[in-house]
Design a protein around this ligand. Structure first.
Ligand SMILES: Cc1cc2nc3c(=O)[nH]c(=O)nc-3n(C[C@H](O)[C@H](O)[C@H](O)COP(=O)(O)OP(=O)(O)OC[C@H]3O[C@@H](n4cnc5c(N)ncnc54)[C@H](O)[C@@H]3O)c2cc1C
Length: 325
């Protein structure tokens, strides 16, 4: 039986049938501004938070049988979701995938674990190891897939191995660091063929009071350098080779530029913040303006670090970058 009532949308009846097969929480026509750090995004046909791996397998095999797009998200802190939302099945890895345990100098963390919780629990165990991640509002898996980091340190350096679900055959596998193709803000996990389930992360021993003091200092530094008062998705553009996107944008004179309620932050020029009711189209239009201005001024075409998710069919006419892939 086909579950679509019209191309690209899923009927309530079809949703009811699917949700009875699943243990986790499934939401129909769920507004995604509730699930992104930008507080922006139209509805997903279905948002599903799986309870365990079996549940995840069931949902993916359903989407594949129905020929529907599916996408895996974590905390939505690197996503710009279209105002028209996401057609298909959006799977959010959180809740049940957030167990953390420690074995000697390693943390073994569930994919949906919050980075801040992991860093704090590690400090209590006398371990420290992700200084660049202090204050990043994402999950462990989101940070691995994005190879999140600072200018010199990044997630891939700390990963020993990860447990994944291979979406092509729905089997669980273990992948080691050398297989993960970590590059600047990229990994081979970006292909969408894998769901990260758990990660083994190497850390260094540190006295808990020293670890907590370092965390406090790093949080303070981030609060000074980044506009944390407003919703955002962190740095919008990738740093080009041998340059900082924020510096190029600032030198071009874009600080303070606005489209609707989307604004180039005065604190950090590579942040576009949502100062009120910004829409995804506002953010995209501002990205286009900045991209064109920086290209004119510096001859460099900036490419997005944030990922554009969803239905952009009516908004992308001018966009010359890739979609954050
Ligand atoms: C205030 C602020 C500060 C930030 N600072 C930094 C920073 O210093 N450095 C930095 O690198 N980033 C930074 N970011 C960006 C963002 O927080 C990171 O990229 C983060 O790692 C994304 O994690 P997430 O769980 O929110 O992932 P999401 O945004 O939900 O997803 C990001 C990518 O990961 C994939 N993904 C998520 N979970 C899984 C899974 N279980 N299996 C497979 N794929 C998955 C998604 O498909 C998507 O491709 C910042 C963002 C904000 C809002």
């Amino acid at each position: 039986m086909k579950l679509l009532n019209k191309p690209g949308s899923i009927s309530q009846a079809a949703f009811n049938l699917l949700s009875h097969r699943l243990k986790g929480s499934a939401y129909f026509d769920e507004p995604l501004f509730r699930h992104t750090s930008y507080r922006i995004g139209g509805p997903a046909d279905i948002l599903f938070v799986p309870q365990d791996v079996e549940d995840l397998q069931e949902a993916i095999s359903w989407a594949r049988a129905e020929n529907l797009p599916y996408f895996i998200m974590g905390n939505g802190s690197n996503l710009l979701v279209s105002d028209r939302g996401f057609r298909g099945l959006l799977i959010k890895i959180s809740g049940s995938f957030n167990g953390i345990r420690f074995e000697q100098n390693r943390a073994i963390a569930g994919a949906g674990s919050d980075l801040g919780v992991l860093i704090n629990q590690a400090a209590r165990h006398g371990l420290f190891g992700l200084p660049f991640a202090v204050g990043i509002p994402g999950t462990v898996a989101g940070a691995i897939v994005m190879n999140a980091g600072s200018a010199t340190l990044y997630m891939g350096q700390q990963i020993e191995s990860i447990a994944v679900l291979d979406c092509r055959d729905l089997r669980q596998k273990t992948l080691h660091r050398r297989e993960l193709g970590f590059q600047y803000r990229r990994s081979m996990l970006d292909s969408g063929d894998w769901v990260v389930l758990e990660a083994t992360i190497s850390m260094q021993e540190e006295q808990p009071p020293i670890a907590f003091e370092r965390i406090r200092e790093l949080l303070l530094r981030r609060r000074t350098a980044q506009p944390l008062k407003y919703p955002s998705a962190g740095s919008v553009f990738r740093n080009p080779h041998n340059a900082y996107a924020g510096q190029l944008i600032e030198e071009t004179g874009c600080k303070g530029w606005c489209v609707g309620d989307a604004m180039i932050s005065a604190v950090h020029a590579n942040f576009i913040v949502n100062v009120g009711q910004a829409t995804a189209n506002h953010v995209l239009a501002l990205m286009e303006k900045v991209q064109a201005a920086v290209e004119k001024h510096h001859g460099t075409l900036l490419q997005p670090e944030i990922k554009l998710l969803g239905d952009w069919s009516q908004s992308m006419s001018l966009w010359r970058g890739d979609a954050g892939k």
